[in-house]
Design a protein around this ligand. Structure first.
Ligand code: ADP
Length: 658
């Protein structure tokens, strides 16, 4: 076995690999970018080496820098985690040349499966069932469109080099094909450096069922059953479970065998996943093989009582698989939920910032928490915005689901918006509860998942008004008492008018008093609030009921947690509001930091509301920004390729009625 390994990754997977190494008495080396100098994986590892600036291309994707770090620290092996260099055959070869073990399959197997088109050709030879489609060399738009016409709509265009749900476009009709193709190719080129695509039949109401396989260097190959990862949004997994609900023993055996055939066809060694798409009737087809550990591997570990990272280390060290197929059994049911820093109400836009407060459920026999961050850490725009994975296990699906609901109820954060509420609503939908699964579940349950953003009730408004008055009163503006807009004057205090907005509701509340005793006017009522407001937490009696918890006030944004309720309100500052042009019709702002990839309108032209104006790429996904009103595009302030900050003005836009 190894004495020391380097983990060429970050976030939860790096932390998770480090945990297994330490349990086995193996020393660990972390690598980090400038953005991750104080990251959790760096704190957990025995040693850490800086590998470059924040962008992944300058750090976590720099194979040479990582190999140099391994040489310098004397690490014998490199665990690539998932993403980054994990499926990079060139890196696997460079490790071998440097005499360092790459903890993954042989480079030839990565190559064979790395390209979706080439992999499909191989699988065809191995007799693995495939979805109808075109996966050849030709790429002319007219030719591909003719192929799509022949397959029959809807079709799916996929980047051959794609992964992580990126670089895919569903096309409904022949007329839409070429525009979708261009957009898919652009995203593929930018995310994977390769614009090659394939076209296949879009399977309606499919389930995503994948098989975990494992091979060793002694010719043994087993499968560790299936995972159902049907609950997805934008082709990205949100909830994963094992075993798949409704799976018969016969189908499990057939899929397991097909997965083993697929892996054997490429001489597979190590942990891999063969992904299938399954029709409602149970028929299944090969989609792709991921030649690495998957994000969702913990559900398999929970039902089989294994540690797949330990298996990876043993196999990489030349040992045989710890168990035979006959020794593997399914016990109970496990479900994983991915907790992300993202705003489900704003199209799941990643939410960046510092986690001023983070509370995750306690881990125990039934609950596992794989976290990449801790309270005080930042979620940056450079990497995947995952906060943690919650994995629950119990004897039945129903019981596991109850555990998941409870665990999600314990997730609270301040500083970034999380998808915890969204996940809570999702696991409570009848469709998920009754295991009526397919990849469109989230779209179909849209109504139930739409935030009936819980309207604050009267006493929440009073609580928020006192926090807002205190936060702005003490922080002031620039520290000068003359700049305070808190209604201070000689003699008796005048009420401070606090205007707060929660979702569509806006209220102006007069707040009297201060120093631990306030009165808030709420329509015909006066609510008395007493207690203390600290810089990041409060303990207040609101109309005689004690409410306490952390809060965060930043630039007009008030977030607070009080017991089970989480509130987020905007404070409208009359002075600041007056200083800004009205409902800002003058420009289109970047919703997040990213890179401009396309300018879509001609400067000087008149456009209708909803016209796409610009494409920005952030977190490897394209986001199209549209005109928010009818008007004239006066000009762009950015060029294709520019890196822009959150809130930067991108387009000068004159709304028609302005
Ligand atoms: P990636 O490598 O980006 O993960 P996959 O090929 O694994 O891409 O597909 C990801 C998801 O896209 C699948 O889980 C499934 O939901 C959906 N998908 C893929 N192929 C099809 C198809 N032919 N028909 C319908 N949905 C599909």
């Amino acid at each position: 076995m190894f004495d020391k390994i380097l983990i060429a990754n970050r976030g939860e997977i790096a932390c998770r690999v480090i945990a297994t190494c330490h349990r086995l008495g193996i020393a660990t080396v972390a690598v980090y970018s400038d953005a991750d100098r104080d990251a959790r994986h760096v704190r957990l590892a025995d040693e850490a080496v800086r590998i470059g600036p924040a962008p992944a291309a300058d750090s976590y994707l720099r194979g040479e820098a990582i190999l140099e770090a391994a040489r310098r620290t004397g690490a014998q092996a490199i665990h690539p985690g998932y993403g980054f260099l994990s499926e990079n055959a060139g890196f696997a070869r460079a490790c071998a040349e440097a005499g360092i073990v790459f903890i993954g399959p042989p480079a030839s197997a990565i190559d064979a499966m790395g390209d979706k088109s080439a992999a499909k050709a191989l699988m065809q030879q191995a007799g693995v069932p495939l979805t109808p489609g075109y996966h050849g060399e030709r790429q002319e738009p007219a030719f591909l469109r003719a192929q799509a016409d022949a397959i029959g709509y809807p079709v799916l265009i996929k980047a051959s080099a794609g992964g992580g749900g990126k670089g895919m476009r569903r096309v409904e009709a022949s007329a839409d094909f070429e525009a979708a193709l261009a957009s898919c190719q652009r995203e593929a080129q930018s995310a994977f450096g390769n614009a090659h695509v394939l076209v296949e039949k879009y399977i309606e109401r499919p389930r995503h069922i994948e098989i975990q396989v494992f091979g060793d260097g002694h010719g043994n190959m087993v499968h560790l059953f299936e995972r159902d990862c049907s609950v997805q949004r934008r082709h990205q997994k949100v909830l994963e479970e094992a075993p798949a609900p409704g799976m018969s023993e016969a189908r499990r055996a057939a899929m397991g065998q097909a997965a083993i055939d697929a892996a054997r066809a490429v001489g597979y060694v190590g942990a891999g996943t063969v992904e299938f798409i399954a029709a409602p009737g149970g028929e299944f087809w090969f989609m792709e093989m991921n030649t690495r550990l998957q994000v969702e591997h913990p559900v398999t570990e929970m039902i089989t009582g294994t540690d797949l990272v330990e298996w990876q280390l043993r196999v990489a060290a030349g040992q045989p698989l710890p168990r035979t197929q006959a020794q593997l059994r399914i016990q109970g049911h496990a479900i994983e939920a991915r907790l992300y820093a993202e705003d489900a109400d704003r199209g799941f836009l990643p939410s960046t910032g510092r986690l001023h407060h983070l509370h995750l459920p306690a881990a125990g026999a039934h609950v596992r928490v794989d976290a990449g961050v801790e309270q005080g850490d930042a979620i940056t725009a450079y990497y995947d915005p995952m906060i943690a994975k919650l994995i629950v296990h119990d004897s039945t699906r129903e019981r596991a689901l109850q555990r998941l609901q409870q665990a999600l109820g314990h997730c609270r954060a301040l500083g970034v918006t999380t998808n915890a509420d969204f996940l809570r609503r999702l696991v409570m939908t009848p469709a998920f509860r009754d295991a009526d699964l397919d990849t469109a579940l989230i779209q179909r349950e849209h109504a139930a998942l739409e935030v009936a953003r819980h309207a604050p009730h009267a006493h929440d408004w009073a609580l928020a008004a006192v926090l807002a008055a205190s936060a702005t009163g003490t922080a002031g503006r620039g520290g000068s008492p003359w700049a305070l807009a808190d209604g201070w004057r000689l003699g008796t205090a005048a009420p401070r008018q606090v205007t707060l907005q929660a979702g569509p509701q806006r209220r102006t509340l007069p707040v009297h008093g201060g120093d631990g005793h306030w009165q808030v006017r709420l329509e015909d009522d006066t609510v008395v609030v007493t207690g203390t407001v600290g810089i990041d937490a409060f303990a207040l009696q609101v109309a005689g009921v004690l409410r306490r918890g952390p809060y965060l006030y930043q630039a007009g944004d008030l977030q607070l947690l009080a017991g089970a309720s989480a509130l987020r309100l905007t404070l409208h500052d009359p002075v600041a509001d007056a200083a800004q042009p009205g409902d800002d019709d003058s420009g289109l702002l970047a919703p997040m930091p990213g890179r401009v990839v396309a300018l879509l309108a001609e400067p000087g032209t008149r456009v209708a509301r909803g016209t796409p104006l610009l494409v920005i790429e952030a977190m490897k996904m394209e986001h199209t920004l549209q005109a928010h009103a009818d008007g004239v595009v006066e000009g762009y302030r950015v060029r294709s390729g520019d890196q822009v900050e959150d809130g930067a003005v991108l387009v000068d836009f004159q709304a028609a009625d302005a």
